[in-house]
Design a protein around this ligand. Structure first.
Ligand SMILES: Cc1ncc(COP(=O)(O)O)c(C=O)c1O
Length: 355
């Protein structure tokens, strides 16, 4: 503790990212990265950046990338915002739309960065428990909320709600800003990006870290009414106008243009997921219905920490959250087929040894 610390630093509990090991090789299924490399056209795009371009500041508007995204989703450019990962986009959305007298609601079990930002900006949060089966009970959310953060599919459960459900919320609560975090939407969920032109209380946040294999480049985006996008831009330009570097802008554009690669890899991940879920269930595990690139599962009667440690000892990293309600659950990223075969083999051995 330094005597120079602000009260902010003294009081925050920062988000703890999943481990990025350097000491040994693991089958790394702990941070929901894509097991497939970025598209070859992404690599080509990165290589195309010249020394002269690197000399200059990048386009603060990221116009070429935003044009591609707008065309892809049938939106106008002023309905598109990009940032340095969707974490940064979220970090800008809080101060853009909420005061210290407002309330932002989200479930108890969801992306663990949401409460961290709320605490950082001192925006009161209302944390509503998920139902027993980890389903969101929307009736539990008061009508007069200023903001509602919905990860769809939810993390770490992988459970999705339908676009119809989201649209009903938008209609019922015109004075609530609904922020839908679609980080995992391309693995089987229903996106609500197409609703952006019709609802000024909707902000959709997406990322290129998952379905487009670009976690290392940090590219996230938001889609919303032009006034919402301008709010985000005001915060960005009061903080750092050049959040996306020239390489990331070019690569992200190429990633969106290579639709065939995106389709092939996401379909492969979904197929691997379905096979994995069936195998885990055959072992007696409970598995949440997943529309994401991970599965959330538990072995009844066995402490999650034991299973996690056993997998780690055998070279597999998975994620577990200490929170009481889910401490015995593991979130396992869907990797390559052979990686999942190894996880299943290890868990089979574990179950046999227990039994
Ligand atoms: C629900 C959810 N939202 C947002 C993010 C942040 O993604 P990124 O900052 O890589 O775009 C993650 C990352 O794991 C996530 O799980």
């Amino acid at each position: 503790m330094s005597r120079f610390y602000s009260d902010t630093v003294k009081n925050i509990s920062p988000y703890v990212p999943g481990e990025q090991p350097k000491d040994r090789r693991f089958i790394k299924l702990n941070t929901n990265e894509n097991p497939y490399p970025a598209s070859p056209s992404v690599i080509e795009a990165m290589r195309s950046v010249t020394g002269l371009e690197a000399r200059l500041y990048p386009d603060p508007e990221a116009a070429a990338l935003r044009r591609t995204l707008a065309d892809h989703y049938g939106l106008a450019m002023n309905q598109v915002f990009v940032g340095n990962g969707s974490d940064e986009v979220l970090a800008m959305a809080y101060p853009a739309f909420f005061n210290r007298t407002d309330t932002i609601a989200f479930p108890d079990i969801t992306y663990s960065f949401y409460p961290v930002y709320a605490a950082l900006y001192e925006i009161p949060s209302l944390v509503i428990p998920l139902a027993e089966d980890f389903i969101i009970d929307f009736k539990e959310y008061p009508e007069n909320l200023k903001g509602f953060l919905l990860a769809n599919p939810n993390a770490p459960t992988g459970i999705a709600v339908t676009a119809k459900t989201v649209e009903a919320l938008l209609r019922q609560r015109p004075n609530t800003l609904l922020i839908v975090d679609e980080a995992y939407i391309d693995f089987g969920g229903e996106s609500v990006v197409s609703l952006v032109p019709r609802y000024d209380n909707l902000l959709v946040i997406q990322t290129m870290s998952k379905a487009r294999s670009l976690a290392g480049l940090r590219v996230g985006m938001a889609f919303g009414a032009p006034e919402l996008i301008r709010g985000l831009e005001s915060i960005r330009d009061s903080f750092n106008s050049y959040t996306l570097d020239v390489v990331a802008q070019r690569a992200a554009k190429a990633a969106y243009e290579d639709v065939a690669y995106f389709e092939k890899t996401r379909q492969a991940i979904m197929a691997t997921r379905e096979r994995t879920v069936a195998a885990l269930e055959a072992l007696g595990m409970h598995v949440c219905p997943s529309s994401a690139n991970f599965v959330f599962c538990t072995l009844p009667g066995v402490a999650g920490v034991l299973v996690q440690q056993y997998l780690r000892d055998n070279g597999v990293l998975v994620r577990r959250f200490a929170m009481e309600r889910i401490k015995d659950w593991l979130r396992i990223t869907v990797g390559l087929d052979e990686e999942m075969d190894e996880v299943i083999r290890l868990l089979q051995l574990f179950v046999q040894q227990k039994g």
